[in-house]
Design a binder for this molecule. Structure first.
Ligand SMILES: [Zn+2]
Ligand SMILES: [Zn+2]
Ligand SMILES: [Zn+2]
Length: 339
């Protein structure tokens, strides 16, 4: 059973999951060994190589785990957290721990081994977003869980060990630090101005235009004012809403369109870099006990972080990033790409 332990100094939780070392490619150092097409557990016809699916979209409603799917969601074969059991929160002297309860699932985005968000159609990307939403809505019913992280590692240097396009979903019994930090910042802004900080960002950026990479009816893609990484890109709904899973269908359509074109711009301008894509959304329960609920102050969004620079000692030591590319320059480069 994996275990969650809390650092007594910073309050940060970590997952101790020694079982994951059973992964054939997990040694002391993570070596990017990519599993190719022949042994690919995500290709149609290889369904028995994954745990049984928890969701799939099939055109003609075929049997579960049969090969005619368009999107398929399966539990991760090497999960960081386990679904079964109690949390058993307990102290160990001054320390706090709980069992590593949660869910770790994989969204296989397409039956085609070689497709990516750049070559998939908008409709195919929208199906992936719908599958993510459906799984979040289902897992939310589990009262032990507080947060679901939906993310994607594209390319070996971003942490992908399988080249077949997929996203992951990790449901956690605690709210991760980055969400806590963003909600606390958003809450400070709201307390001072009674406005959502993300709505203010969208409004100001759309008025000025210098950091707007792409806009669609419902979603705007921009380079954040103070990006940690070169070509860091945020996609925000123009309408205020705190949760990804509650978005209306037309926002997913718009998001699919903007995702495809922004990733195509990044792909062409920067020679297909690896990247991480992360959905930031409000936690399930408002576990903060403050006067403004996360629904008022927080605004869901997608962050795309291309892997162009390495995080080194300075960044790890200070939490302070040195970014060699200004967001204004990144915007000019990405806007100049011909689609
Ligand atoms: Zn494959
Ligand atoms: Zn907002
Ligand atoms: Zn964020």
């Amino acid at each position: 059973m994996p275990e969650l332990r809390k650092d007594p100094v910073t309050g940060r939780w970590v997952i101790i999951s020694t079982e994951r070392r059973k992964r054939p490619n997990d040694f002391l150092f993570e070596r990017p060994i990519i599993i190719g097409r022949e042994q690919c557990p995500f290709c149609p016809g290889h369904e028995e190589l994954t745990p049984p699916e928890v969701l799939a979209y099939r055109q003609n409603g075929g049997a579960p785990n049969s090969r005619d799917w368009m999107v398929r969601v399966v539990p991760n074969k090497f999960p960081a957290l386990h679904v079964e059991g109690g949390l058993d929160r307990e102290g160990d002297g001054m320390f706090d721990r709980m069992n590593g309860i949660g869910a770790h699932e994989v969204i296989i985005e397409t039956p085609d081994h070689d497709k990516t968000f750049v070559t998939m159609s908008e409709l195919e990307i929208e199906r992936v977003l719908s599958a993510a939403r459906e799984r979040v809505l289902d897992l939310k019913q589990d009262r032990r869980l507080r947060y679901i992280l939906v993310f994607k590692n594209q390319g070996a240097t971003a942490g992908a060990t399988l080249e077949h396009a997929h996203s992951q979903l990790i449901a956690l019994p605690v709210v991760p630090d980055f969400v806590r930090e963003e909600i606390e910042g958003a809450r400070r802004h709201f307390a001072a101005k009674e406005r959502c900080v993300f709505c203010d960002i969208v409004h100001q950026e759309m008025t000025k235009g210098v950091r707007v990479i792409q806009e669609a009816a419902d979603i705007v893609a921009l380079a954040p004012y103070a990006p940690r990484f070169p070509f860091e890109t945020w996609l925000l709904p123009r309408r205020h809403a705190s949760k990804f899973e509650d978005a209306p269908q037309h926002e997913y359509e718009s998001l699919a369109r903007v995702l495809k074109s922004v990733l195509t711009r990044i792909d062409r301008a920067l020679e297909s870099p690896a990247y991480n894509l992360i959905i930031h959304s409000a936690p399930f329960t408002d576990a903060f006990g403050a006067d403004h609920s996360a629904a008022d102050v927080y605004h869901w969004h997608v962050e795309i972080l291309p892997k162009l620079a390495r995080t080194a000692g300075f960044e790890w030591g200070t939490g302070f990033y040195i970014n060699p590319t200004s967001p204004e320059e990144a915007t000019r480069v990405l806007r100049a790409v011909k689609l």
